[in-house]
Design a protein around this ligand. Structure first.
Ligand SMILES: Nc1ncnc2c1ncn2[C@@H]1O[C@H](COP(=O)(O)OP(=O)(O)OP(=O)(O)O)[C@@H](O)[C@H]1O
Length: 681
């Protein structure tokens, strides 16, 4: 109801204020009540002495003399002399608020909050109040609102206070009692009141919890609703996989599947046979054996009569998958082909023709698979490896080559399930959180750069034993700005002496793909023993003989990225080592490196990374496609997202659509989010 009430119904909101509010996206009374503080400030008025050591002070002062404004490059600095607590002479500084000059008249009493510099005796003011200072807004938890030139945070506070007085008891309750009771949530009305006027930390926590839950639940309901509709729409595309398929596949492997692989394989079997197309994200920690799981899906699909396509981000990876596919699937009678950019025209034509005639069960390739001439007789399964490297368009492109193919995403970046859901929309997640038996943990050490020679000695020892080593640097070439950061190019020339007698190669992103492939291939095949590189090697490459990963300036890499790099070793029978060279001193950098030394569990690392850096950082803000929530924060609140998902699933399953969001702005906001979510359909 409050959503249809124009904001002008709040006492004191005329046309001008209404316009200013509209610019902040506030049109109705409901909007105003949901304009939450961006933060809270301690604004108790105390004496300067009592607060001098804190970050921010709030004091009562009298203006002495005239305020003056100075301009520079369109920016202004307003100065006024202030007598604080009737005894301290302090210079007040206001940045970019020239309009306050008129108000700061000689003798005027003001309450100012800001940063005090005792040495210079200056106070950089962030909040100015000309009232008596007796109103309720001076307290431990003063709200600060997103404001504008036309309307200040203080004015917003006054209006919101009024709106709460006038309409606070008409706020609708959106959640059914069963839910508020189950999770001990306060009412929506109370949450609003506490957000704007918290009387302590606990109240604020309660209020946030309630609002986050509600927001995430709405989000999840939308996801589940889309899924429900999609699945409801289908007329039997489920495939029938013969019963003996899984046993035959399992028996054909050189080693038993891990428990996790088995679980995910059975999950795939189940999804393939359902009428709705499968959309499954297989998340595997580095080295957890995603490829076999993918190959099982291919085998099952072939036994059910359909073809599969597996798309990898680079030629090297495509070839690697192809080799594994040939080794595993040809003995089982499947026909496997490779199509990449460098497949010669004639061969390509032949393979494409086989695909179209249904004489090939699996095609492995790069984005070369997307070209128009590649057609299938019956494309039943699309697998994309490291899908975050492909654009949404590309993924969709391959899918369109089939009727409604099942889709499997393979991701080597372990991310908390909730985040995966938020990113991929309604998707099932299969987790490989177990390494094949017999793998030795990679010995991980963090050394200062000055002890580089210890690492070099280790590499030499391994080389002498016939193994290979990776050396990773953060830069391609030396940079003037980062004079003391090692570059791959410089390392390559410096280290070739240290590794005399072995072939040392250089790999970086500025090389042509052909050159990159050539270097990589030499390393994979053992013609080259030391690979000096930037992070271009980070994904998916499998060289069992490589036993050392040496990373220069490790603090310059993301935690997940370092974990990926470390995952390139420890893939064979031998003990492997990861040496992180870093002089990092900051608390954050230290904690990140320590995390790596302490654990090899990618999921633990991902969660730690999430805590330390936030989801945007983890995926790169731009490509993350993460929805932005108004109150909820995926970093802090991802457990709430899990609960919300369970509730949404339950609601859908029981046909309880009671609470598809009834608060309009939230609903619209979520719809926008859904539209921009990268994977839907
Ligand atoms: N159950 C298993 N037992 C023993 N070895 C296995 C098992 N599953 C897979 N492997 C082997 O482990 C190695 C790594 O597997 P794979 O390349 O699929 O890892 P991955 O999950 O793709 O890891 P990454 O993301 O680090 O590349 C391969 O040599 C594969 O043959």
């Amino acid at each position: 109801m409050l959503d249809s009430l124009p904001v002008t119904w709040v006492a004191g909101v005329g046309q001008a204020k209404a316009k200013a509010l509209q610019d902040l996206g506030i049109v109705t009374v409901g909007d105003l009540l949901h304009h939450f503080p961006v933060r809270y400030e301690d604004r108790r008025i105390l004496t300067l002495e009592a607060q001098a050591s804190s970050d921010k002070v709030t004091v009562r002062a009298v203006v002495e003399g005239m305020a003056t404004v100075r301009w520079q490059n369109r920016r202004s600095l307003l100065r006024a002399r202030l007598l604080v607590d009737q005894r301290h002479r302090v210079t007040g500084l206001w940045f970019n608020q020239p309009y306050l000059k008129e108000k700061l008249t000689d003798g005027r009493v003001v309450i100012v909050s800001g940063k005090f510099d005792p040495a210079r005796r200056t106070l950089v003011v962030s909040h100015t109040d000309f009232g008596s200072g007796d109103s309720g807004r001076y307290g431990r938890w003063a709200p600060v609102y997103r404001a504008s030139q036309a309307i200040s945070s203080a004015q917003l506070q006054t209006l919101i206070e009024r709106a709460l007085e006038q309409y606070g008891n008409q706020v609708e309750e959106l959640l059914p009692q069963a839910l508020t009771q189950r999770y001990r949530l306060c009412t929506h009305a109370k949450a609003l009141r506490w957000m704007h006027r918290p009387d302590g930390e606990e109240a604020l926590k309660q209020a946030r919890r309630r609002l986050v839950f509600e927001e995430f639940l709405c989000f999840q309901l939308q996801l589940q609703w889309t899924r429900h509709r999609r699945e409801g729409n289908l007329d039997g595309t489920g495939r029938e996989v013969p019963e003996d398929a899984f046993r035959i596949f399992e028996d054909s492997l050189p080693h038993p599947l891990t428990g996790a692989q088995r679980r995910v394989c059975l999950q795939i079997l189940d999804r393939l046979q359902r009428p709705a197309p499968m959309r499954l994200l297989v998340q595997g920690d580095v080295g957890s054996g995603k490829t076999w799981v993918a190959l099982w899906a291919v085998y099952a699909m072939a036994r059910a009569g359909g073809q599969s396509a597996l798309m990898a981000p680079t030629e090297i990876l495509a070839e690697q998958h192809f080799r594994e596919a040939v080794a595993r699937l040809e003995p089982l009678g499947l026909r496997v082909g490779l199509v990449t950019g460098s497949t010669p025209g004639k061969v390509r034509q032949e393979r494409v023709a086989q695909l179209a005639r249904g004489e090939m069960d699996l095609v492995v390739g790069t984005h070369a698979l997307l070209t128009e001439d590649v057609q299938f007789r019956d494309l039943g399964l699309v697998i994309t490896d490291e899908q975050h490297r492909f654009g949404v368009q590309q993924r969709a492109g391959l899918r369109q080559k089939g009727g409604r193919p099942d889709v499997l995403f393979l991701s080597a970046t372990p991310i908390p399930r909730t985040l995966a859901m938020a990113i991929y929309g309604d998707i099932d997640v299969g987790v490989l959180d177990e390494l094949p038996a017999g793998r030795k943990p990679v010995v991980t050490r963090w050394l200062p750069l000055a002890q580089e020679d210890r690492a070099i000695r280790l590499v030499r020892r391994e080389l002498a034993a016939g193994r290979r080593a990776y050396v990773v640097a953060p830069l391609v070439e030396d940079s003037e700005q980062l004079a003391d950061v090692a570059s791959a190019t410089q390392l390559a020339s410096r280290l070739s002496e240290a590794f005399a007698g072995y072939s040392v190669g250089l790999l970086h992103g500025r090389m042509s793909s052909r050159d990159k492939d050539e270097v990589m291939r030499a390393f994979v095949e053992g013609r080259m023993q030391v690979l000096i590189s930037t992070t271009v090697i980070e994904v998916g490459i499998h060289v069992p003989e490589a036993t050392v990963m040496m990373v220069y300036h490790a603090e310059r890499f993301g935690l997940a990225q370092l974990h990926q790099l470390r995952g390139r070793v420890g893939r064979g029978r031998w003990q492997s080592y990861c040496i992180l060279l870093s002089d990092a001193e900051g608390e954050m950098a230290r904690r990140r490196l320590e995390t790596l030394v302490e654990t090899q569990d990618g999921f633990v690392i991902a969660e730690r990374d999430l805590e330390l850096r936030g989801p945007g950082e983890l995926f790169g803000v731009r490509q993350s496609g993460l929805p932005e929530f108004m109150v909820g924060d995926l970093t802090r609140d991802f457990r709430v997202m899990e609960v919300a998902r369970d509730e949404a699933v339950r609601a859908m399953e029981s046909g309880d659509f009671w609470l598809l969001p009834s608060w309009r702005p939230l609903r619209e906001h979520l719809q926008r989010q859904m539209q921009s979510a990268p994977v839907r359909d």
